[in-house]
Design a binder for this molecule. Structure first.
Ligand code: HEC
Ligand code: HEC
Ligand code: HEC
Ligand code: HEC
Ligand code: HEC
Length: 254
């Protein structure tokens, strides 16, 4: 009994700590923006514009340090230069640093030849920042992905495999097309007056998004069998969804 009560108190305490922490903003960026002596002002402003800045993923989540203080020495305690092989933002460590939040991408990336190159300390392959920018703010279009692969895999480059860039582009285009169809379907569904039917179709649409997200994650192995498999599932579900939209009543079938 006493033990249960203590555990309840501990749980409540933990909850309070968690709430306090999330309410407290990271101070790293505030000082860096206010201080003209702080390096890489462009990096900080790209961060501010990025999905990370918007989602309050502070500088310390990639760099370490103490984000709760305005004392520079305290704040920088434990921060290593990016060039230090132990730094979490060193190019070889970046996949694991980013992967603390983006697990699916990390797991796929670890299956790739690119990951093996990083582990061997070779500089010829890409790391997460190669495609996403060092603050993770960049998403590639199919064409820019093709260009990115080609910068290393085109004829005459460091690892010539001229078929890879086109393949990357086709795969990402497939994902984009499926996303577009899903979006169109959803805007039709939203206008359906019959509520139970509308909600059933919305749930069905959500089931298309799942394999699409998984396809993008799997694509980080850069051999696209995993992506193709998940994309095929999404396409099959899309076809079914479109059939159900055009045949009132049919969606209630199992
Ligand atoms: C009180 C102001 C202030 C705070 C708070 C602050 N910084 Fe800095 N930071 C600076 C300045 C100024 C520099 C330039 C170097 C110097 O003066 O030490 C710097 C340098 C850096 C560097 C480059 C270090 C190097 O070795 O080249 C990094 C990385 C960095 N800060 C990250 C952070 C992170 C992450 C936080 C929060 C955990 C943070 N800073 C908090 C002012 C601050
Ligand atoms: C999503 C991860 C991520 C976030 C968030 C992030 N950075 Fe960085 N930062 C990096 C990476 C990766 C590099 C290394 C770039 C390179 O290799 O040149 C870097 C480099 C730097 C450098 C160059 C100097 C050094 O020695 O490390 C500074 C200064 C810096 N960041 C400050 C900041 C500040 C200030 C913020 C918040 C406004 C921030 N960063 C947010 C990933 C991040
Ligand atoms: C502490 C957790 C965390 C870390 C570390 C982190 N991210 Fe993120 N990342 C997020 C969140 C949260 C979002 C916003 C998700 C959303 O908007 O749905 C995001 C979004 C993204 C996006 C989508 C951008 C967009 O415009 O939609 C990319 C790409 C990305 N991160 C790459 C990276 C890379 C590369 C790194 C490492 C350099 C990294 N992330 C490190 C949490 C993190
Ligand atoms: C060779 C280029 C490349 C590299 C290297 C790369 N990515 Fe990506 N990443 C992409 C592409 C292409 C997309 C899909 C863009 C889109 O959704 O339209 C993507 C999407 C993402 C997204 C957004 C997912 C979503 O559903 O919106 C995140 C997060 C992400 N990558 C994280 C990472 C992490 C972490 C690493 C390192 C382990 C990494 N990426 C390495 C090309 C790359
Ligand atoms: C920064 C350079 C760089 C970028 C960008 C890059 N790669 Fe690579 N990639 C390499 C290197 C280097 C190797 C190792 C090849 C070797 O040793 O022959 C490699 C290996 C591979 C392999 C494994 C080949 C094998 O023989 O096992 C595949 C598949 C691959 N890359 C696909 C891609 C795709 C697709 C893209 C774009 C989405 C891409 N890569 C982007 C440098 C890069």
């Amino acid at each position: 009994m006493r033990r249960a009560a203590m555990m309840a108190l501990a749980a409540a305490g933990l909850l309070l700590v968690a709430a306090g922490a999330s309410a407290q903003q990271s101070r790293c960026a505030d000082c860096h923006f206010a201080n003209p002596g702080a390096p890489r002002a462009d990096h900080a402003s790209r961060w501010e514009m990025s999905a990370h800045g918007r989602a309050n993923i502070g500088c310390e989540r990639c760099h370490g340090g103490n984000a709760q203080t305005f004392d520079k020495l305290q704040a920088h305690k434990g921060i290593l230069s990016w060039a230090d092989p132990k730094s979490p933002v060193h190019r070889a460590n970046l996949p694991v640093t980013c992967g603390t939040c983006h697990t699916g991408q990390l797991v796929a990336f670890q299956k790739s030849k690119h990951w093996q190159l990083l582990q061997k300390g070779e500089r010829r392959g890409p790391t997460c920042a190669t495609c996403h920018d060092d603050v993770g703010g960049n998403l590639l279009s199919p064409k820019s992905l093709e260009g990115q692969c080609a910068s290393c895999h085109a004829k005459g480059k460091t690892a010539p495999h001229p078929e890879f860039p086109a393949r990357g582009r086709t795969m990402l285009q497939g994902v984009r097309d499926a996303r577009g169809l899903l979006k169109d379907a959803e805007s039709v569904i939203k206008k359906i007056a019959d509520k139970p039917r509308r909600e059933a179709l919305m749930r069905e649409a959500d089931q298309v998004r799942v394999p699409l997200t998984q396809a993008v994650e799997a694509g980080h192995a850069f051999v696209y069998d995993g992506l193709e498999e998940r994309l095929a599932v999404a396409q099959k579900r899309l076809t079914a969804l479109y059939t159900h939209i055009s045949e009132p009543g049919a969606q209630s079938r199992p």
